[in-house]
Design a protein around this ligand. Structure first.
Ligand SMILES: Cc1cc2nc3c(=O)[nH]c(=O)nc-3n(C[C@H](O)[C@H](O)[C@H](O)COP(=O)(O)O)c2cc1C
Length: 307
């Protein structure tokens, strides 16, 4: 018999989660709108939209385009900046008891270090997610996510100031994601998040110009799931730190597939735009699924496809 209160529990550095499901950064803003729909304490954790040192207006519109099985976005890290996120968003989120993961981004090492130090000092922030992988900003961002030595150096500097564990969010836009994962693990990362979006593009046949004002954007949604599964399968065998898996999750079966590949927890992004109740729905379904697959505790699934 499955005891849901205990059997879905996941323990990772900084994150004691009652279940393995959190919304993915940027697809849940700061939880305000979703908090009006359901109790956010049902979530295993809440991952907030990327925070930067200064407010960012983001890219010009159009910023999103539909694609078969997914979407392209080029939001450009729009956010109100660290000060406002702390004084308004995190203050509001302090009414919840579920752990908060603060996603941070920047254009320079100094930006990242500043934002990491500020946000990690806030008592309700349980972990940082270091976004070294945003494909939608002109400077910074992508370089940090594609060169192992640069990623390692940034990780080390952020780790030196952070009061909470640091999960480094890897980009799939690299030839060798295992090399990136090993580099940031050696630099002190407490965990990994993967994958961010894949760089893509669409062209409008009427205007004969790119649909996105930024021209290129990040592909997310079910179309990228097999890539995420393959990358998590490879990386989880090469490192000893836990992985938060993401990329196209839409169902409890998808969550199980990510755990089997080697993720210890998961994040759900684009599917929130299709069904705003997707996270609580999946959490509710998981115990029945475990039962159906003859599993007593969810952690038994982690990496089972290769162990
Ligand atoms: C509209 C949108 C905004 C995003 N913003 C962020 C962000 O601010 N920081 C970040 O690390 N990832 C961001 N992402 C990437 C997601 O967190 C996630 O890694 C990716 O979309 C894959 O998961 P999915 O297929 O479930 O959406 C964003 C994705 C989308 C679609």
């Amino acid at each position: 018999m499955i005891e849901t209160a205990t059997d879905l529990q996941i323990d990772m550095p900084g994150l004691k989660m009652k279940n393995p499901v959190m919304p993915a950064s940027g697809c849940f803003a700061f939880g305000k709108e979703y908090g009006a729909l359901y109790d956010l304490n049902e979530l295993g954790a809440i991952c907030i939209k990327a925070a930067t040192r200064e407010p960012r207006f983001g890219n010009p519109t159009p910023r999103v385009a539909e694609t078969p099985g997914g979407m392209l976005n080029a939001i450009g890290l729009q956010n109100p900046g660290a000060d406002k996120i702390i004084s308004e968003e995190l203050t509001r989120l302090s009414e919840y008891s579920t752990p908060i993961v603060a996603n941070i981004a920047g254009s320079t090492t100094e930006d990242y270090v500043y934002t990491a130090e500020r946000l990690s000092e806030i008592s309700i922030v349980s972990a940082l997610e270091l976004n070294i992988s945003c494909p939608n900003v002109k400077e910074g961002g992508i370089q940090f996510g594609t060169v192992p030595e640069v990623a390692a150096s940034l990780t080390e500097k952020v780790k030196a100031v952070s009061k909470v564990p640091v999960y480094v969010k890897l980009s799939p836009n690299v030839t060798d994601i295992v090399a990136m994962a090993i580099a940031v693990e050696e630099a002190g990362a407490d965990g990994l998040s993967m994958i961010n979006t894949l760089l893509g593009m669409r062209i409008d046949l009427k205007t004969m110009k790119p649909i996105l004002a930024n021209k290129k954007g990040g592909l997310s949604g079910p179309a990228i799931k097999p890539i995420a599964i393959r990358m998590i399968y490879e990386v989880s065998q090469a490192v000893n730190i836990p992985i938060i898996g993401m990329g196209g999750i839409q169902s409890a079966d998808d969550v199980i597939e990510f755990l089997l590949a080697g993720a210890s927890a998961v994040a759900i992004g684009t599917a929130n735009f299709v069904d705003p109740f997707i996270c609580p729905k999946i959490i509710k379904e998981l115990p029945e699924k475990l039962k159906a697959y003859g599993v007593t505790h969810i952690s038994e699934l982690v990496g089972r496809s290769w162990k």
